[in-house]
Structures are given as C-alpha cells and as structure tokens.
Design a protein around this ligand. Structure first.
Ligand SMILES: Cc1cc2nc3c(=O)[nH]c(=O)nc-3n(C[C@H](O)[C@H](O)[C@H](O)COP(=O)(O)O)c2cc1C
Length: 216
C-alpha cells in the first residue's frame, strides 16, 4: 500500500527554534504512524519575499521544491512562532509562495488535511493557529480540529537548557539557549526578561546549555 506523504513546514530564523522543535516532534509522530515525512525549515528555505506574478519558471529553486512537495503531499503540518499576536512574517512568506500551486489541478491545497502548531512566549499561541486556519481555508484545505499551541514555550526547557517532552522528560540531544529559553516575562533562569534586558539571560542560558551538552 502507498504510504501517506506528510510534509512539515515551519520554524523561524532563530538560532534554535521552538516552533521547529515542535514541528520535528509532530513529524516524528507521523513517521511512527507509518507516513513518509519531509521537513521544510523556514530558515533553511531562505526564501526571498514572494513577488506577485512569479511562476514556476522564474521562482527560486527552494520555492519550487516547497510547492511541488506540498502539492504532492497527502497531509501537511504547519508550525509558526507567534509574532505580535499572529504568524511570523517569514512563515507567512513561505505560505505566499504556495501561490505557485494556483494552476495545479486541483489548485492549491484542495482537500488536503493540515495540522496546525504554534509556539509563543506568552499565553496566546492560539491566535497564530487561528490565523493559520484562515490561510488553510483560503487555499481550499481542511484544518485538523485538534491544534497544538505551545504557550510559554520557554517553560518547555529544563534548567540545563534541555528540551522537555510532555511528561517533563528531556529529549536526548536537544538543547535551547538564548531567546528560545526565555522571552516575554522571564525564562527558566528566573529573571524578568523585558525586551532590551534579556542579553544576560541569553548568555546565562547559552553557558548552561553548553556546559550541559559538554557533560553528556
Ligand atoms: C518579533 C517577535 C514578536 C513576538 N511576539 C509575541 C507575541 O505577540 N506573543 C507571544 O506570546 N510571544 C511573542 N514572541 C515570542 C515568540 O512567540 C516565542 O519566543 C516563540 O517561541 C519563538 O519561536 P521560535 O523559537 O520558533 O523562534 C515574539 C517574538 C518575537 C521575536
């Protein structure tokens, strides 16, 4: 029997991205369930801003690869950080490149199922997920009813910077430092981290994560 193709798109331009980490975990779940999975990291894609009227002939190779994989997929997983109450610009720009699917038959994401994930520094990660749902509908897809907003994403990390699973157990080999480890009101280091004052926290969490990785 043909395996289901699941394509993940997400992450941020951060050195270590929580939305990418969450997406990787979700894709692992899809692979464990028997799907063939492909991950598109927004940072690696490094897409220029979408220019209206772009066609497959003049689009950058990365945009073509993304559109082809998405067009061929049975299901998708999207994961964006929450920026200023909504999607990040880099993630939305990647979605804009799916305009290359406009002349496919059927067009865009017709009848594909899309799972939605968002990570947020604060408590309203759902806003980014809700915004993604508008995009899903505009592109003629179906959003999975169960969504995964990871609120206060800095709390998903242990004191040594290790990323914790849902049971609070560290995920082997995965560390976080800098903004991903503490932003918007404080990180695991316990300091308040208002914008412009969190450099200390970045250095602290980076040193911690580095030391913990070296101990392993
Ligand atoms: C420009 C910017 C805007 C942000 N705006 C919000 C926000 O409105 N609400 C919130 O909860 N977190 C906000 N955050 C925090 C991010 O959502 C949080 O750090 C997220 O985990 C980052 O994802 P990443 O690790 O994949 O980059 C913002 C971060 C940045 C850099």
């Amino acid at each position: 029997m043909k395996k289901l193709q699941v394509v993940g798109l997400g992450g941020s331009l951060s050195e270590q991205s929580t939305s990418l980490a969450a997406l990787s975990i979700a894709l692992e779940g899809a692979a464990e369930a028997g799907a063939d999975v492909t991950l598109f990291d927004v940072k690696v894609l490094d897409l220029p801003m979408y220019v209206p009227g772009s066609t497959a002939a003049d689009a950058p190779a990365a945009a073509r690869r993304l559109a082809d994989a998405v067009g061929d997929a049975d299901g998708l997983l999207w994961s964006s950080p929450m920026y200023h109450g909504t999607l990040s610009g880099a993630f939305k720009n990647a979605l804009d490149w799916l305009q290359l699917l406009s002349d496919r038959e059927p067009a865009y994401l017709t009848d594909k199922v899309i799972g939605l994930i968002s990570t947020a520094g604060g408590t309203q990660g759902l806003q980014a997920v809700n915004t993604m749902e508008y995009v899903v509908r505009a592109l003629r897809g179906w959003a999975v009813p169960l969504v995964v907003p990871v609120a206060q994403s800095w709390q998903t990390f242990g004191e040594d910077g290790r990323v914790l699973d849902s049971k609070g157990e560290p995920i082997p080999g995965l560390y976080a430092a800098g903004e991903v480890a503490g932003f918007g009101g404080g990180g695991y280091h316990g300091y308040n981290a208002l914008e412009g004052t969190f450099l200390g926290g970045c250095i602290f969490s980076g040193r911690n994560a580095g030391r913990a990785a070296a101990r392993q």
